[in-house]
Write a protein that binds this ligand. Structure first.
Ligand code: SF4
Ligand code: SF4
Length: 474
C-alpha cells in the first residue's frame, strides 16, 4: 500500500527565487531610476567599454590581457608569465583574494552590485532590452506580449550574447585568432565554431534563463558574506527605528489622530518590487542582497512623494542603523592592508626581476669528463635556454677566467617564447678540482648585446692529481 505523503507547508519561502510549491519565481523587477541607478549606469558603461576594449589594446606589442590556456602563457599589461612561474601566479591570486576581502570589509558587496559582469550585463543590457520589448506594465512577462515582440527580443538577446561570447573568448584565444574564426567559414574551423556556439548558449542560458540564481545559489562569494562582513561594514539597510511600526497611507491618519506611533514605512512594497533578487530588505541583512541600491532609489522616491526625508533605506552599517556608533578599531582593517602591502611589494620585486631569458644547466649523458695528459679536464655541458621574448634571439657562450670553451664558441638561435638546448665542452685544470666537481662560470651573450653569467657545476677528478679519469655527476 502506497504511503500517504504530503509536502510540509512552509510559512515562508526557502529561497527568494522559489515559490512555496517549489516552482521558479520569475523576477521582473520594476525600474527605479534614482541617483544610485544613474551612478551605476555610468560605472556599467565604463566597465563594458573596458571589458570590450582590453583584448584589443596592445602594450609593448602584446594584448593588455591574454590568458592563453593552450600554451599556458598569461599576459598582463605587457608582461607574460608562464604557468611554471607558480610562485608569481600564486602571489597574484592571493593578492586578488585579499583585495576582495578588504573591499568587502570596507564597502560590503560593492563588487556584486556595481562591478560584477553578471549584474552589469543583466541589469544594464539584458533587462533594459526585455523592458523595451515587453514593456513594464501589464505586458510584463513573456505571456502577455505579442509574438513578434518576443521573437524580436530573443533575436536581440542572441546578437548581444554572440558579441559577448566573442569578447569573452578573445581573452583566451587572442583577437587575431578570433578575427580569423569570425571571418572564416564555420566548416573550416569546426572546433572553434563549436566553442563559440557553446559559449553563446551559456551566455543565453545565464542571462535569459538562470539570471539572479547565479548570485543567490551558485556564486561562492555570496556564500562567504557572513565571514567577510562585520557589523561595521557598509551595507544596504532598512532603518527599522525610523520605519516601524509600518502603516499604509489610509491608516496613517487614523493612527496619528489616536496618538499611536507610526513609522515612515507606508508598506508600499516598492523596495521589494524593484529588487532583482526578490527579497525584502526590511527583513534585515540577507545573503541574497547584492547591494545594488535599487531599493534605496525606490524608497527615496516614495519618501519624497509623501514629504519625508529620504534615507529610510540607505547605505549604512548594521551598528549605525541600530543607533550604535561604528567601532573605530577593527583588526581586519589592520590585517588586510598589511598583508596586501606585503603581497604587492613581493609581487613588484618579482615582476621587476622577471627574466626575459631563463638559462638552466641540464644533466649530460655519457662520460662526465675527460682527463688530458697535460692535467687539463674537458667536461661536457648542456644548457637549456628559454627565450621568453616575442622575437627570435641568438645566443653565444663565452668562457670566463679559468673556464675555457673547447673549440669554436657555441651559439644557438631560439625561437620566440620557446626553449632550446645547447651542448659544448669546457676546459679546466685538474688542480682546480676536489671531491669530483667544482663551480665555474660562462657568459651567454645575445644578439642585442645583453650578457648573462651562468654558474656551472663542472664534473672532474676527485683530487688535484687527477687520480680518476672518469667520475660521477656531483
Ligand atoms: S519602499 Fe520604503 S516605504 Fe515602501 S515599503 Fe519599502 S521601506 Fe516601506
Ligand atoms: S535588497 Fe536592495 S540592495 Fe539588496 S538586492 Fe534587493 S534591491 Fe538590491
Amino acid at each position: 500500500m502506497a504511503a500517504d505523503f504530503t509536502l510540509p507547508q512552509l510559512d515562508s519561502r526557502v529561497l527568494s527565487t522559489l515559490n512555496a510549491d517549489g516552482t521558479r519565481r520569475w523576477m521582473q523587477p520594476r525600474d527605479a531610476r534614482g541617483k544610485y541607478w544613474r551612478a551605476r549606469l555610468s560605472v556599467a558603461i565604463a566597465l563594458i567599454a573596458v571589458f570590450t576594449a582590453l583584448p584589443w589594446i596592445r602594450i609593448s606589442g602584446k594584448p593588455a590581457i591574454f590568458l592563453d590556456v593552450m600554451t599556458r602563457h598569461f599576459t598582463f599589461f605587457g608582461t607574460t608569465f608562464r604557468s611554471t612561474e607558480t610562485l608569481l601566479l600564486a602571489i597574484l591570486m592571493i593578492t586578488v583574494f585579499v583585495s576582495i576581502f578588504l573591499i568587502t570589509a570596507l564597502f560590503g558587496r560593492a563588487w556584486c552590485g556595481w562591478g560584477c559582469p553578471q549584474t552589469v550585463y543583466l541589469e544594464f543590457v539584458y533587462r533594459p532590452i526585455e523592458r523595451l520589448f515587453l514593456g513594464t506594465g501589464s505586458m510584463r512577462g513573456t505571456g502577455g506580449a505579442p509574438l513578434w515582440r518576443r521573437i524580436a527580443m530573443y533575436a536581440a538577446f542572441l546578437v548581444i550574447s554572440a558579441h559577448l561570447a566573442n569578447t569573452f573568448l578573445a581573452y583566451f584565444v587572442g583577437t587575431d585568432r578570433m578575427m580569423e574564426w569570425t571571418l572564416g567559414q564555420p566548416a573550416n574551423h569546426p572546433v572553434a565554431f563549436a566553442l563559440f556556439a557553446g559559449t553563446v548558449a551559456l551566455m543565453l542560458f545565464d542571462f535569459v534563463f538562470f539570471r539572479e540564481q547565479l548570485c543567490t545559489i551558485v556564486c561562492p562569494y555570496g556564500r562567504m558574506q557572513s565571514v567577510l562582513l562585520d557589523r561595521n561594514s557598509l551595507v544596504v539597510a532598512y532603518d527599522r527605528l525610523r520605519g516601524e511600526p509600518r502603516a499604509r497611507v489610509a491608516e496613517r491618519k487614523k493612527r496619528e489622530t489616536s496618538a499611536q506611533k507610526v513609522g515612515d514605512c507606508i508598506e508600499c512594497t516598492m523596495c521589494v518590487q524593484v529588487c532583482p533578487t526578490g527579497i525584502d530588505i526590511r527583513d534585515g541583512l540577507q545573503l541574497e542582497c547584492i547591494h545594488c541600491a535599487q531599493c534605496i532609489d525606490a524608497c527615496d522616491q516614495v519618501m519624497t512623494r509623501i514629504g519625508k526625508a529620504p534615507g529610510l533605506i540607505r547605505y549604512s552599517s548594521q551598528n549605525r542603523i541600530e543607533g550604535t556608533p561604528n567601532s573605530s578599531f577593527r583588526y581586519r582593517l589592520l590585517l588586510y592592508p598589511a598583508l596586501l602591502l606585503l603581497l604587492v611589494g613581493t609581487l613588484t620585486v618579482l615582476i621587476a626581476r622577471h627574466e626575459q631569458v631563463l638559462i638552466e644547466q641540464e644533466r649530460t649523458v655519457g662520460s662526465n669528463f675527460t682527463l688530458g695528459a697535460d692535467g687539463s679536464v674537458e667536461t661536457p655541458i648542456r644548457l637549456l635556454i628559454e627565450n621568453r621574448t616575442d622575437a627570435a634571439r641568438s645566443f653565444t657562450v663565452h668562457g670566463i677566467a679559468d673556464v675555457a670553451i673547447v673549440g669554436e664558441l657555441p651559439s644557438i638561435q631560439v625561437a620566440p617564447s620557446s626553449a632550446a638546448s645547447i651542448a659544448f665542452s669546457v676546459r679546466t685544470t685538474s688542480a682546480s678540482f676536489g671531491r669530483g666537481s667544482r663551480h665555474g662560470s660562462v657568459l651567454i651573450r645575445d644578439d642585442l648585446g645583453v650578457t648573462q653569467a651562468e654558474i656551472l657545476s663542472i664534473a672532474g677528478p676527485f683530487n688535484a692529481t687527477g687520480s680518476m679519469t672518469t667520475g660521477d655527476w656531483p
